[in-house]
Design a protein around this ligand. Structure first.
Ligand SMILES: Cc1cc2nc3c(=O)[nH]c(=O)nc-3n(C[C@H](O)[C@H](O)[C@H](O)COP(=O)(O)O)c2cc1C
Length: 190
């Protein structure tokens, strides 16, 4: 690496993100989990799934209805996942599906429960083809004192139509290529 001249302003290198990494994700049919694992493979750190004190019903329709109610009332479902000393992490990836065009309530619980101030927060998403909805915006709102970077999104399954895990095989390879490209764009990878 070139040594800067005396008095020359020190510019951060391209790969400016360093520090301890936490990857937290919510996944019902494992598409978001597949992306979390790709990120983990390339970035390392601690990979943690969000688990609920009271899991959602297995039935898709019942889950949609429950989520709609929770979104209406602002109910934050209690988590059983415990992050050991959140303070130790500098970079926190947060992964989630789009649910009802919103951030899923359990991820709202996580962002409410843990103080991510001063950290770099990096969202990623899978959805049934209708996009991120308000999810990335809500992450920003719930992390007002964090640096929230541009997120990654791709189409996952569509449980409504019986499509569960689809990010596998060739689709997982494409996902990996695209995710690596994104990680370079946001300067997490060189
Ligand atoms: C309760 C519920 C609500 C959903 N709402 C949406 C939605 O509003 N828009 C959308 O594109 N996909 C929606 N989906 C589909 C998921 O976002 C998609 O299948 C995603 O890939 C699931 O991620 P996972 O496999 O990690 O659980 C919904 C799925 C569930 C279970």
């Amino acid at each position: 690496e070139r040594v800067p001249a005396v008095g020359e302003p020190v510019v951060k290198p391209a790969n400016a993100l360093s520090g301890k990494v936490l990857i937290v994700y919510l996944s019902r049919t494992k598409n978001t989990k597949a992306i979390a694992e790709i990120i983990h493979k390339h970035v390392g750190g601690k990979l943690v799934a969000l688990d609920l004190a009271k899991p959602y019903p297995e039935n898709y329709r019942a889950t949609v209805d429950q989520v709609a109610k929770e979104n209406e009332t602002g109910f934050l479902p209690p988590l059983t996942t415990k992050i050991d000393t959140i303070q130790q992490y500098d970079i926190v990836f947060v992964g989630f599906p789009t649910w009802g065009m919103q951030l899923p309530p359990p991820m709202k619980s996580f962002l409410r429960q843990y103080d991510l101030r001063g950290k770099t927060v990096i969202p990623f998403n899978t959805n049934g083809g209708y996009g991120i909805g308000s999810t990335f915006q809500t992450v920003k709102e719930l992390c007002p004192n964090s640096t929230v970077l541009d997120g990654f999104t791709m189409r996952g399954g569509s449980e409504r139509d019986g499509q569960l895990l689809v990010i596998e095989g060739d689709k997982a390879k494409t996902a990996e290529t695209n995710a690596q490209q994104w990680l370079r764009t946001i300067n997490v990878l060189k």
